[in-house]
Write a protein that binds this ligand. Structure first.
Ligand SMILES: [Zn+2]
Length: 320
């Protein structure tokens, strides 16, 4: 589709009446995510429903013109790349739904700051700047749901699937009638088959690698047994029985472990856990922090410290 307004959007058909939307270029690194547009279908939904399409407001305006009116919007968790522009969908009439305990983060940036533990490492002003960079504006009203709840809009059914390894609220969206599994931020982030992204992301205190691995297995099983198509917040569309997205995610976690283990071998074994963590952080194993300053340096340092900490805890090198 090459409407001028949409030069920066990729719009792909997943099924007949379900589109995957991807914003190609964006201002902040954490300002957008791909999601689904569920077009009206007789006997199912009379108005368009939007599933986790966090893109810049001018594109939301354009999509609303073509596909509106919009009845409901479903957000999959409270990370900034899933919340920053939801206010614009609300402005065009969507009722916004989001999972607990992160639903309030769409209404109040300070709750995002406290909820993800930024407050233990930096001042609120850093998160205000981060919000500004990613174009965050709050919503007026959000209807919370519990992870793993089923949602029904007219006759359109969504089974939300709890994937808490990434964040407490994080859910995938399974559309049983359309046979689509949208795994949101589980870590399948390959724009193309042979291009790698970061992979599974677990840079907060609440994240867990063990939980992640079990979420990946659960998602794979559900996809193989019940879905035809696999979509995610940052990837191409996979088709059953292609299991490569799941192998990719496991491999990325494994590779991260190897990177930490290799770096660990260069350190003095006598050092205690916190000292090892401190020295590993200085190596910029995951993020180029030496090139950063100010609030971004603070934020990336917090994320990397949790990623390294989780690998340190499961490393077999430390236990020797
Ligand atoms: Zn996320």
């Amino acid at each position: 589709m090459s409407v001028p307004l949409f030069d920066n959007l990729e719009i792909k058909y997943v099924a007949n009446d379900i589109l995957l939307i991807h914003q190609i270029k964006a201002k902040g690194n954490f300002s957008t995510c791909d999601g689904l547009v569920v077009l009206p279908k007789s006997g199912r939904n009379s108005k368009t429903i939007i599933l986790d399409v966090n893109i810049e407001p001018k594109y939301i305006k354009g999509l609303n013109k073509i596909y509106g009116p919009i009845s409901n919007y479903v957000c999959t968790h409270g990370h900034m790349d899933h919340t920053s522009h939801v206010h614009a969908w609300e402005k065009y009439g969507a009722i916004v739904h989001a999972p607990n305990p992160e639903a309030p983060y769409l209404l109040d940036l300070h709750k995002f700051y406290e909820g993800f533990g930024f407050n233990e490492a930096m001042d609120y002003i850093d998160i205000q700047k981060f919000g500004e960079l990613n174009g965050f504006y709050k919503c007026h009203n959000v209807i919370p749901f519990e992870p793993a709840a089923s949602l029904k809009f007219e006759n359109f059914i969504i089974e939300t699937i709890s994937f808490p390894g990434h964040s407490k609220a994080h859910v995938g969206l399974f559309l049983p009638n359309e046979k689509i599994l949208h795994i949101s931020c589980l870590g399948f982030d390959q724009p193309k088959r042979d291009v790698d992204g970061f992979g599974p992301w677990y840079g907060f205190k609440e994240c867990s690698i063990e939980q992640y691995l079990s979420d990946i297995n659960y998602a794979e099983d559900l996809y193989i047994k019940k879905a035809e198509f696999l979509t995610s917040s940052h990837s191409y569309i996979a088709k059953n029985p292609d299991r490569s997205p799941f192998n990719y995610m496991r491999k990325k976690i494994n590779d991260n472990q190897k990177r930490v283990d290799e770096a660990l071998k260069t350190l003095n074994f006598q050092l205690d856990f916190e000292e090892k963590l401190k020295q590993l952080l200085e190596l910029d194993i995951f993020f180029p922090k030496k090139k950063m300053e100010g609030f971004l340096l603070n934020i990336y340092t917090l994320w990397e410290s949790w990623i390294i900490r989780k690998h340190l805890e499961r490393s077999e090198i430390t236990n020797k």
